[in-house]
Design a binder for this molecule. Structure first.
Ligand code: UDP
Length: 364
């Protein structure tokens, strides 16, 4: 299969601004290449692919980035700037796509989804967020009525934000597991990983560290500086150890030394890459029973699921974290979330989309 991938229009690959989509794209590309597929990636200027994904052809597009939907009002209109990066990426993908079997869109935005109705090539969408925009939700509903196979989700609970979708296609996610080394560090520090932005609920994790009289190591890009400052002011100085945004190799080395990862989303987290990355290093996760992490973590086996927004419950589970056998964590990832397993699910889905598209053309 020849696949053209459209990356996120929020930031270049490697910037961290695109969140989990950046890693998802890289592991998907690696998995597809191992399976013998040809992959083109259309991405913003300065994007970098991981070493294992470098056999894909990377096409750069320059332009103005989109604003992330989760940081806008739910009822906002679609806004496309002059010299739009998103429309530039779509134009490039359509051009390359003339010789390909399918376009696979990873950007959560209106324009590429709308294009499904107007293209002479099949285009499929990995929806990377829960419902964060009224206008996108309604567009997905409209396109779904004509092209029911063209949307895939990372978790069942994420898909439930789009209740008009019957039997959603759920593909999970995948990781290049050779990049993550298991560490057996039962007495290490507490960690938190993610974009520092309100939907990620960092303050609840800091509350737990503070209650235990410990520091919290925080890795990730500070996307909302005023939010970060607000949290710092809520607690005594020095509780948060800001580690910044680091590349996967450094992240996994440092994260692997933690005795637990805290994961405290305030939104319907689509999947939660950082949860699986921690598990891959043998780090159990204590998370709210909300969004993707509630489908990933096996309560009592690879971590604990606390009642959403109940910080005391998080704290109580942390106190018994050493009951978790760290080997269970890595084992779950090996059997459920490798890039090979993920790419296999994506290929099966894309074959279905292509077949359906050809049937529709034939009927016309
Ligand atoms: N991440 C990283 N370096 C860091 C912190 C985070 O590369 O220092 C990556 C992490 O590997 C993950 C992504 O940031 O892939 C966060 O994705 P997640 O699905 O957890 O949340 P999202 O940002 O998509 O909401």
């Amino acid at each position: 299969m020849h696949i053209v991938l459209i990356s996120t229009p929020i930031g270049f690959l490697g910037s961290g601004k695109g969140g989990g989509v950046e890693l998802t794209l890289n592991s998907l590309v690696a998995g597809l290449i191992v399976k013998g597929h040809t992959v083109d990636v259309v991405a913003p200027n300065n994007s970098k692919l991981f070493e294992v994904s470098k056999k894909a052809k990377l096409h750069f597009v320059e332009g103005k980035e989109q604003k992330s939907w989760q940081h806008q009002d739910y009822y906002s209109s679609v806004s496309i700037p002059d010299n739009s990066l998103l429309s530039g990426m779509i134009e490039k993908a359509i051009d390359i796509g003339k010789k390909a079997d399918i376009i696979l869109n990873l950007s959560y935005d209106w324009l590429p989804i709308w294009m499904t109705l107007n293209l002479n090539i099949p285009i499929a969408h990995i929806i990377s967020m829960g419902s964060e925009s009224f206008v996108i939700r309604n567009l997905i509903s409209k396109v779904y009525s004509k092209f029911p196979n063209n949307f895939a989700f990372h978790s069942k609970i994420q898909a439930s934000d789009y209740p008009f979708i019957e039997n959603p296609i759920v593909i999970g996610n995948g990781f290049n597991l050779s990049n993550y080394i298991f560490q057996d560090c039962k007495n290490g520090p507490l960690g938190w990983v993610g974009r520092v932005a309100p939907e990620k609920g960092l303050e609840d994790a800091v509350y737990v560290a503070n209650a235990l009289g410990e520091k919290l190591k925080v890795w990730g890009i500070v996307q909302d500086e005023s939010y970060a400052l607000k949290i710092e002011k809520l607690f005594s100085p020095g509780i948060i150890e800001w580690k910044g945004f680091v590349e996967t190799d450094k992240l996994q080395k440092e994260l692997g030394t933690c005795r637990a990862l805290l994961n405290t989303p305030k939104w319907n987290e689509a999947y939660g890459n950082v949860v699986v990355e921690a598990l891959a290093c043998g780090v159990p996760v204590v998370a709210y029973k909300r969004g993707g992490p509630s489908e990933i973590i096996q309560h009592g086996k690879t971590g604990y699921l606390a009642k959403p927004d109940d910080k005391k419950s998080l704290l109580n589970y942390l106190k018994i974290i050493n009951k978790i056998d760290r080997k269970n964590c890595r084992e779950w990832v090996d059997s459920n979330a490798s890039s090979n397993i993920f790419a296999g699910k994506v290929v099966n889905w894309l074959n279905k989309v292509i077949k359906e598209y050809q049937t529709q053309i034939y009927i016309k």
